[in-house]
Design a protein around this ligand. Structure first.
Ligand SMILES: *[C@@H]1O[C@H](CO)[C@@H](O)[C@H](O)[C@H]1NC(C)=O
Ligand SMILES: *[C@@H]1O[C@H](CO)[C@@H](O)[C@H](O)[C@H]1NC(C)=O
Length: 283
């Protein structure tokens, strides 16, 4: 495992050297590995689908073999059906190789009824998180596969559900933004009984175990981090996601989500508001 360089060096390397740019439908066999409790992870023979199972003994997780700086990450997921309260299913990027903690998170909080699933998103920069946003979904996420995407470029992070932007986190003078460290991609299921459902009031019902969640069609279009002394620049021409910002149509969709499905936004919580919030919803 590469020893992380100082951020300044990262940035220099980023500017100076060409880096491989991958555009691909990833294969769970060749592109990911088990994170914990590997016997609870199952990959289909063609490598396109992966399942994670949780019972009382443990949950499970996978991680990408490569790390990335900027990219578009898409996956289709079908969540734990029925009584899923207390379970947390995730799809996220984390700077595990870095000096400090950056993270871009999708967390699906189970409930007693699939229509009450909550999609919790968060952004950590330099060890500081507490940038939570929560929405309900406009469909039953346990009935079928839906696409969840993270677009991460030097300007903004956009979280998408079925190509609908549900959240944007933009950079700006007063905004801490993750752009110096590579991130690894993860998917996990774990026991969040302490906090996930109604603030921890509804716990996992182990009599309903095992809880199984499915991931499919994991696709990565990203700049691949190749380790110490290597590069981090994407080849030209620059891929479209690298410069993408929300267009007018996407803003409309984001407004629709916020108007109809938003449950919580740290930026509108009077006890939490930060200076960075003023730039987030300015078009
Ligand atoms: C993995 O898949 C096999 C074959 O479908 C199944 O028998 C087994 O129970 C699965 N294991 C887990 C942990 O999901
Ligand atoms: C993310 O990585 C940090 C190290 O940078 C680690 O301490 C933390 O546990 C990881 N978080 C998750 C949710 O994987």
């Amino acid at each position: 495992m590469a020893i992380p360089l100082k951020p300044v060096v990262h940035l220099l390397l980023f500017l100076l050297f060409p880096l491989s740019f991958s555009v691909c439908m990833a294969n769970f066999h060749s592109d990911t590995g088990a994170l914990f409790c590997p016997h609870h992870m199952n990959v289909s023979s063609d490598g396109r689908q992966l399942s994670l199972l949780m019972d009382k003994s443990c949950g499970s997780g996978f991680q990408s073999k490569k790390a990335f700086i900027f990219g578009k990450f898409d996956i289709r997921m079908k969540l734990v059906p029925g009584m899923s309260a207390g379970t947390v299913t995730t799809f996220y990027l984390n700077s595990s190789l870095g000096k400090w903690h950056d993270e871009i998170d999708f967390e699906f909080l189970g409930h007693t009824d699939p229509s009450h699933y909550i999609l919790h998103t968060n952004v950590f920069v330099k060890n500081v998180g507490s940038r939570e946003q929560r929405i309900h979904l406009w469909f039953d996420p346990t009935a079928d596969f839906h696409t969840y995407s993270i677009l991460w470029n030097p300007h903004q992070i956009i979280f998408y559900v079925d190509q609908v932007p549900i959240r944007v986190y933009k950079t700006g003078a007063t905004v801490p933004f993750p752009k110096q460290q590579p991130m690894t991609l993860y998917g996990t299921i774990w026991d969040g009984s302490d906090w996930a459902t109604e603030g921890g009031a509804i716990k996992i019902d182990w009599s309903k175990a095992p809880f199984v969640t499915y991931y499919r069609d994991y696709s990565v279009n990203a700049c691949v981090w190749s380790g110490q002394g290597q590069s981090t620049k994407c080849t030209k021409p620059s891929p479209p996601w690298m410069s993408h910002t929300l267009d007018a149509g996407e803003w409309k969709k984001l407004e629709w989500v916020r108007k109809n499905y938003l449950i919580y936004d740290y930026c509108t919580d009077p006890s939490r508001t930060k200076p960075e919030c003023s730039v987030q919803l300015a078009t």
